[in-house]
Design a protein around this ligand. Structure first.
Ligand SMILES: Nc1nc2c(ncn2[C@@H]2O[C@H](COP(=O)(O)OP(=O)(O)O)[C@@H](O)[C@H]2O)c(=O)[nH]1
Ligand SMILES: [Mg+2]
Length: 462
């Protein structure tokens, strides 16, 4: 049976044996090659001395291609089903580099192993019920994580946090189905053994569970994409310098000519609590220059989509101006920031009276940067909530779609039930649909296209 991700089960019901380099190719201390499948032992055995190994015993071995020694390596054999994939797995940890792992791979392929497709090991783990598909996605998320927040969310998901929530909801729905079963079987009876109110209550509690999950969408989006933090203000007030200072490296061009930054430049910062997508913009002022005007339009668009805006100016007037313009464009929190605090200035208006929490920073001396960083994180937490280890967040569109469609079905059921507008048999169809949406989500009935979507973005060797 073949699919575009390759042969999983041959006609005898076994699996073909796959091999992949689990580490990145190139100069490195170690490289790991991993084999999985029915012939893993036989194939590894042809190239490894001593052999056989006891399962899960680490052993320093020599790896050969015929009589030529390729390397010394630590080899571990995991016997099925006690392995990551659920199949026989052999892991060879050798020296890294451009040649050694490739030569070992080549030898194993000559003996009958097939090079694995992206995500194929994890896919086999799912097909052998070692993990569910939501946990498999978490593995992909962990590898792709670019921030500690994403790492934390993925670990919770890998531990089964999200799967457990979804199972809980699914059990609630199954419970509802059995509650109304009597009504379905005996529609003529006025008062069945289960009161209508009891069904309504159960439906409401299932809805509440789904809503709780859906309420994590904004946090999930921030975890995945980063909180969009835009630095806005008039030209030449020091936005690009602040961007670079917050980044700790020179990314945006800094010059003394007003209106130099004509494009939007962004960078992802792995901050303590949140990943932050910091965006440097062109100045927010009227301009005759066409190119510069384009930059201003870009910054307006980014300001309106921001999770938080740093409105800066190098004089009290320009801070007030920036806060004024920005506040018209966004409902996100706006932090007033006075830049170039190292310069001595005669401030005719007192900013603190207008903005008690104004932050003074100098990109030149580094003054106030730490305060600004921590204020950014505090504001984001206050507005969008905290990422906690106790509750999973929805970070994938697939999850959001599954939960949303389950919710829509339960809502329709609840409404029909309250209004007695549909016969119980018809109302029950919504429960079935909701249940199926969740089963699809956790892969209780993994369809090929779901597997396809999830694993196509994985890296080879995982
Ligand atoms: N003294 C001082 N000058 C600064 C500071 N930040 C920026 N500048 C200067 O202000 C000018 C404009 O800076 P830039 O970051 O390009 O401003 P932007 O147009 O808002 O992006 C440059 O000459 C910078 O060297 C600062 O903290 N202190
Ligand atoms: Mg600039």
């Amino acid at each position: 049976v073949t699919s575009c991700l390759g042969v999983h089960r041959d006609l005898k019901g076994g699996s073909d044996t796959i091999v992949a380099l689990a580490t990145t190719p190139g100069r490195s201390a170690l490289g790991i090659v991993r084999l999985s499948g029915d012939r893993a032992v036989e194939i590894a055995g042809k190239h490894t001395r001593p052999w056989p190994l006891k399962p899960r015993e680490t052993r320093l071995c020599r790896i050969y291609d015929n009589e030529e020694e390729l390397d010394q390596a630590i080899v571990v054999f995991y016997a099925a089903p006690e392995s990551f994939t659920g199949e026989d797995v052999v892991e060879i940890t050798m020296h890294g580099g451009y040649v050694v792992p490739a030569s070992v791979m080549g030898a194993l392929i000559k003996s009958g192993a097939r090079e694995a497709f992206p995500g194929e090991f994890t896919r086999r783990a799912v097909l052998n019920n070692k993990i569910d598909i939501v946990q498999a996605e978490a593995i992909g998320d962990l590898i792709d994580a670019r921030s500690s927040a994403m790492q934390r969310a993925a670990v919770v998901q890998l531990d089964g946090g999200l799967s457990a929530r979804i199972s809980l909801v699914r059990q609630g729905i199954l419970g509802l189905e059995s509650l109304i079963a009597y009504d379905v079987d005996f529609p003529e009876e006025d008062d069945g053994p289960v009161s209508r109110l009891q069904v309504t209550k159960s439906a409401d509690s299932v809805l509440a569970l789904l809503d709780q999950l859906l309420s994590t969408i904004p946090i999930g989006e921030i975890v995945r994409e980063g909180a969009v933090v835009v630095i806005a203000g008039e030209p030449n007030v020091g936005k690009s310098s602040l961007f670079n200072a917050l980044l700790g490296q020179n990314r945006a061009i800094v010059t003394e000519i007003a209106g130099t930054t004509r494009d939007v430049i962004d960078a992802l910062i792995n901050a303590d609590r949140w990943p932050i997508r910091l965006i440097d913009t062109a100045g927010l002022r009227e301009s005759k220059d066409v190119v510069e005007r384009l930059g201003i339009e870009l910054s307006e668009r980014h300001v309106s989509g921001a999770h938080l805006v740093i409105a800066c100016g190098d004089t009290p007037d320009s801070v007030v101006n920036a806060v004024g313009i920005v506040s018209e464009l966004t409902s996100a929190p706006v932090l007033p920031v006075l830049t170039k605090s190292d310069l001595v200035r005669d401030d005719f208006i007192s900013l603190d009276e207008i903005y008690p929490y104004v932050i003074r920073v100098s990109s030149t001396t580094g003054d106030g940067l730490d305060l600004l960083r921590s204020r950014i994180e505090t504001e984001l937490s206050e507005k969008y909530g905290e990422l906690t280890v106790e509750f999973p967040v929805l970070t994938r569109v697939r999850h959001i779609q599954g939960i949303s469609s389950a919710r829509a079905e339960i809502k329709e059921f609840a409404t029909a039930w309250k209004e007695s507008s549909l016969p119980a048999t018809v109302a029950a169809v919504h429960l079935r649909a909701a249940s199926l949406a969740l089963e699809d989500l956790i892969g209780a009935v993994s369809t090929e296209d779901v597997l396809e979507r999830v694993f196509s973005s994985f890296c080879v060797g995982k």
